[in-house]
Write a protein that binds this ligand. Structure first.
Ligand SMILES: [Zn+2]
Length: 617
């Protein structure tokens, strides 16, 4: 970016056939298997191993070497599974129109179901052996001690497992547990009639969710945005009692399961799997709610810059300035290693391996899967799928997925298979940190004020959307669940009141409120599909902000220590629960200061944005 002209007009590459894209922009799946024949041999071998695992049933009580044999075979099956699955799955994503590959992918899914059945005996059989016996075995057989954390965690999870009758009863209830979400999805996708509006420029548009978002993000006429907002929310208003009944079903189900398993609250039940204390979520919510000033400052600044009389939720995503610089992939290849310099030279070298090893599938082609992801193929290396289109969003997506890929690379290199996978609670730390480092790098080199504004807005909108909004969502989920925990009724009016109250608590007088915002809760898919999930985006953001501060501020020796701790976190994979892993990296999510790191980060970015904007005049 340093020497190029501020507005680079290189056009995004046109859609090409896959065969016409140079190999260096495509992933090479021969690193997994040479061809389908080799894949088929691995598939057959896996099938045999799964049968061998089933045959181990009834042997565990015979002693430590039997338990070790079962653990090792399970690892072996797991590793093969990654390769067999991803070879078919990644091939399929190259062109999802290919039915033959799709059939092979489904063939692996059938094998997965078989593996689940073949291993169902393990947990009950293990847990039938007293924990002290297993702990004694681990001292007798050092190889078995490798599995200490995994085994002890199974016993910890056991605390809330019921007797055989109880588990049977719960398993029968699982068939209708998903009904509220299924009905929500049917109502929202199949049955809802999307409204049409006429834009000020003439054309009529149907407001699908994508269209609605596009109008809010690109249409510079406030009246058009207001009309889209009103029509879109009207649709939810019309059905609000049905949504409330469905959401009530989610709340009742969660409370039923929590009580059946003897948890004191739905939050405790949701956090038990990862062994997260409920204080983490409570601290996140409390600290964020009392630190909303930077968010309000940003809204007030936007109102002024956009020259609006009143500022509404539908004004929050329109860009502050127009800027359409293109970022060709080959240019970004130079910048990305530069951006991670604060993480040390060996990290930089490894990042080059990811960039230049034929591990990334860069460009779009007909039939290719949309979006972006990083795939952790244990025993090979991470692969990355992109649909790179030269926009700034595409650049940050690359930086984000690079964080995931580096995490996988380091975890897989330093952990045995059993601990190589990491939880979502930690996963979004390296990805957001990678984006933050890249932003710093770009800001330092931006020579054009407009570009600086676009970069700052990108970073700020990331914090608003991934942190503040998700904490507000978590706050809503917690309050709604507490209604049923306290035996109070759940009505559409009560849910709307909670949501609207939260909007005001977060945004204060920085927004002009529209009555229709009250029903926003009805629309959010996560509330129905995965309750108590979204807070993890916010805790990851807070962890990453805290780490970023340590990595970039302070004496050289402090920074060196911070790098060491951060890399240790990445190398640790899933070898412990997320809280202790993060604590060892210097992040304590039960403390308000960790959450305030994001607040301070936003405050600093808004100040920089104000400066950049005044430089424009
Ligand atoms: Zn991610």
């Amino acid at each position: 970016m340093q020497s190029s002209s501020p507005v680079d007009t290189a056009a995004a590459p046109p859609l090409r056939n896959r065969a016409d894209i140079a190999d260096r922009f495509k992933w090479n799946l021969a690193h997994i298997f040479a061809d389908w024949a080799e894949w088929q041999r691995a598939y057959d071998a896996l099938d045999t191993k799964i049968a061998a695992y089933a045959a181990l049933q009834g042997t565990l009580a015979n002693g430590p070497d039997r338990l070790l044999a079962a653990m090792k075979l399970s690892d072996d099956i797991g590793q093969d599974t990654y390769k067999v699955w991803y070879f078919a799955s990644l091939k399929y994503d190259e062109d999802q129109r290919d039915n033959q590959i799709n059939a092979r992918r489904q063939q692996v899914q059938i094998l997965f179901a078989k593996a689940t059945q073949a291993s169902a005996w393990f947990n009950p059989e293990l847990l039938g052996i007293p924990l002290p016996t297993v702990q004694q075995w681990m001292t007798e057989l050092p190889d078995l001690a490798l599995y200490r954390f995994a085994l002890e965690d199974l016993y910890r999870q056991q605390e809330h497992v019921l007797d055989e009758n109880g588990e049977h009863l719960l398993s029968l209830s699982s068939r209708f547990s998903s009904s509220p979400h299924d009905a929500y999805a049917a109502l929202s996708t199949a049955d809802l009639r999307h409204p049409s509006i006429k834009l000020s420029t003439g054309p009529e548009v149907t407001l699908t969710y994508g269209q609605y978002r596009a109008i809010l993000a690109t249409n510079r006429n406030q009246a058009d945005r207001a009309a889209a907002f009103a029509a879109y929310h009207k649709m939810y208003e019309t059905n609000v009692n049905t949504y409330a009944a469905l959401y009530s079903g989610v709340l009742q189900r969660d409370w039923f399961h929590s009580q059946a398993r003897e948890y004191t609250s739905t939050l405790e039940a949701a956090l038990h799997g990862n062994n997260i204390p409920t204080a983490v979520v409570e601290n996140l919510i409390e600290t964020t709610k009392t630190n909303t000033e930077p968010l309000r400052r940003y809204h007030r600044l936007r109102k002024r810059v956009l020259g609006l009389e009143s500022y509404h939720t539908y004004d929050a995503t329109i860009p502050l300035v127009d800027f359409d610089r293109k970022y060709p992939y080959e240019q970004v290849l130079e910048w990305l290693p530069g951006s991670v310099e604060p993480l040390g030279s060996s990290y930089q070298h490894q990042l080059r391996d990811v960039l230049f090893g034929d591990w990334i599938d860069v460009y779009e082609n007909p039939g290719k899967r949309s979006g972006a992801y990083s795939a952790p193929v244990y025993g090979v290396h991470p692969y990355m799928l992109l649909n790179y289109n030269d926009t700034l969003d595409a650049v940050f997506t690359l930086a984000h997925e690079m964080g995931h890929s580096m995490h996988t690379l380091l975890s897989n290199a330093h952990q045995p298979f059993v601990y190589s996978a990491y939880t979502i609670f930690v996963a979004e730390v390296p990805s957001t940190l990678s984006e933050a480092l890249f932003l710093d790098y770009m800001l330092e080199r931006a020579t054009d004020e407009r570009e600086r504004i676009v970069l700052l807005q990108h970073a700020i909108d990331g914090i608003v959307g991934t942190f503040y909004t998700q904490v507000l969502f978590a706050d809503y989920e917690l309050q709604a669940h507490r209604l049923v925990e306290e035996g109070r009724p759940v009505t559409a009016e009560m849910l709307s009141e909670i949501y609207f109250g939260l909007m005001k608590a977060y945004h204060g007088d920085a927004l002009t409120y529209d009555e229709q915002s009250r029903v926003t809760w009805a629309r959010i898919p996560h509330f129905y599909s995965t309750p108590y999930y979204v807070y993890q985006y916010a805790t990851c953001f807070a962890s990453s902000a805290q780490l970023m501060r340590r990595l970039t501020i302070g004496s050289a020796s402090d920074r060196a220590a911070a790098i060491e701790k951060y890399l240790t976190l990445l190398k640790s994979g899933g070898s412990d629960h997320p809280m202790p892993l993060l604590q060892r990296a210097g992040v304590d999510l039960s403390k308000p200061e960790t959450v305030r790191a994001v607040v301070d980060q936003l405050d600093g970015l808004v100040t920089r944005l104000e400066t950049a904007i005044s430089g424009l005049r």
